[in-house]
Design a protein around this ligand. Structure first.
Ligand code: PRP
Ligand code: URA
Length: 210
């Protein structure tokens, strides 16, 4: 039975998250780290991909051996910052399809606003891995999963590098049927709904804006 919430304690993931947090870490290094962490987390998050035994002939003999089966994975980043995690997952599953959900947080209300959605079909037959480096109030994550479910998505996993307890609780209450993978659970949100200690604005740090 897969756990509903996995919070990683692997030293490689923890080390790389610490480098991400440093304010001196520049855009190039930040991007590379986000991708590497996504790959390390993805390795665990995808451990229940379905396998089927197929016949393969080795230089020695023919044998039955397991290969990933069924409809391919869909990776669905929440724009913008979730995009930074996509290549890390594609390094593991190059044949995965990629959907996009565009959401931005209103700076005053902190509520998410949707501006784009395109999902690979048939979405109901795929394992869907939603990526976003930050789970703060949880508004964006809940809205993205609501949206995917409305379009027929069923087997949904959500992967975030840093979460605040407030966002994690909100997401697991709103969607108790999804699996949630968190790189590190931070202390709390500040008055501007930024994660403390966090890493600042993930989108701006990945894309070099602001
Ligand atoms: C950030 C982040 C999440 C969201 C998390 O995106 O990438 O999507 O905030 O906050 P929440 O849990 O309170 O909803 P932002 O809205 O800043 O957009 P961006 O990725 O385009 O910078
Ligand atoms: N979005 C971010 O990018 N960082 C936070 O700390 C909270 C929301």
């Amino acid at each position: 039975m897969t756990e509903q919430i996995v919070i990683f304690d692997h030293p490689l993931i923890q080390h790389k998250i610490s480098l991400l947090r440093k304010k001196e870490t520049g855009t190039n290094e930040f991007r590379a780290l986000v991708e590497e962490i996504a790959m390390l987390m993805g390795y665990e998050a995808l451990r229940d991909l379905p396998l089927k035994y197929v016949e393969v002939t080795t230089p020695i003999e023919t044998c039955m051996t397991p290969m990933i089966t069924g409809r391919k994975l869909a990776v669905v980043p929440i724009l913008r910052a979730g995009l930074g995690m996509v290549n890390g997952i594609l390094a593991l599953v190059p044949s995965a399809k990629v959907g996009h959900i565009g959401l931005y947080r209103d700076e005053v209300t902190h509520e998410p606003h949707e501006y784009y959605c395109k999902l690979p079909s048939p979405i109901e037959e795929r394992t869907i891995l939603v990526t976003d480096p930050m789970l703060a109030t949880g508004g964006s994550a809940v809205a993205a999963v609501d949206f995917i479910k409305k379009h027929g998505g069923k087997r949904i996993k959500f992967m975030s590098i840093i979460a605040a307890p407030e966002g994690l609780n909100r997401l697991k209450q709103a969607h108790p049927d999804i699996q949630i993978y968190i790189g590190h659970l931070d202390r709390c949100l500040n008055r501007d709904a930024y994660i403390c200690p966090g890493l600042g604005d993930a989108g701006d740090r990945i894309f070099g804006t602001k």
